[in-house]
Design a protein around this ligand. Sequence first.
Ligand SMILES: Nc1ncnc2c1ncn2[C@@H]1O[C@H](COP(=O)(O)OP(=O)(O)O)[C@@H](O)[C@H]1O
Ligand SMILES: [Mg+2]
Length: 348
Amino acid sequence: MASHAIEIRNLYKIFGARGADHVEAVRAGMSKTELNATHNHVLGLKDINISMPAGGVMVVMGLSGSGKSTLIRHINRLIEPTSGEVLYDGVDICRMSELDLREFRRHKTAMVFQKFALLPHRTILENTCYGLEIQGVPGMERRRRAMEWIERVGLSGFENRYPNQLSGGMQQRVGLARALTNDAEILLMDEAYSALDPLIRVDMQTVLLDLQKELKKTVVFITHDLDEALRLGDKIAILRDGEVIQQGSGQDIVQYPADAYIAAFVKEVNRGRVLRVETVMTPLSGPVEGPAIPAGTVLEAAARDLSSAGASVAHVVDPAGLPLGRLDLHALVGAMVTESTEAREAAA
Ligand SMILES: Nc1ncnc2c1ncn2[C@@H]1O[C@H](COP(=O)(O)OP(=O)(O)O)[C@@H](O)[C@H]1O
Ligand SMILES: [Mg+2]
């Protein structure tokens, strides 16, 4: 297994003049409302523990005010923790010297913002190579590198335009190209796609997923949208009132929501397009039957394959074609239309 690039441990953030004085009370169970009412301090984050996979997409999801931005800003230390650690390759970012921190921010991290944050009087090309300019990379070199990424995000021919000549979706492509040009290992995306129209947003998700297949950056992606989380996240953590209430794979969360709150979100999910055949298959017994369905196929697509093959049983295969399990049409359709028992119990 890959090592974990970013480890958040026992992280607390309490906003206010004497935040540290209240960590014990919060640890002992004082709620966000109570802390606010009795001490006039705001609970930002409570005892966050998350291992963010190296080379994978970590999604942090939650409603507005749940602490998502507070959490992501700890990773490049735009916010100082009240207590706890943020480890990158075993080094606590919160304890780095000024110099190390500057190096870390400049070379290891890049941010993509919701409002694009493009410089209006600079062309797309000049915006894209801005980070390299700050790093002191010579002009020719930085133009070459920036052009490469402008092309990769589908903006060839637009490099000499200005931001206001581009649509929102295209401006967000520039934001992504600019972040990638920095060649940082960690991409921090705080609601980067939340302001985009739904179709453009799905396009941008595809751009990120396609690039990610090859780049394998450590991406921390914040969203308040479960569909987006499920599409992008190798791992998802759900925040509420500054606390992680569930973390795991999208498959896990959809199948086994930890409480009624999450179950309510999950109810709206199109299970047939999210759940994969591995979650429904049963162990092989006897000979393999029916068509071969590649692991990773979503239930809806598998149902289509079975139906067009006129089969009621199929087998799931790994990329090498080896059978992994048995797929039964009834179980498959059942999982598409009903929540699991665990989910119903959680919702009850
Ligand atoms: N600088 C600050 N001072 C006081 N409270 C803050 C500050 N920044 C954020 N908060 C509070 O912390 C909580 C989490 O905010 P935030 O991380 O911005 O949530 P999200 O990004 O999920 O919308 C909210 O209650 C917010 O009002
Ligand atoms: Mg936010």
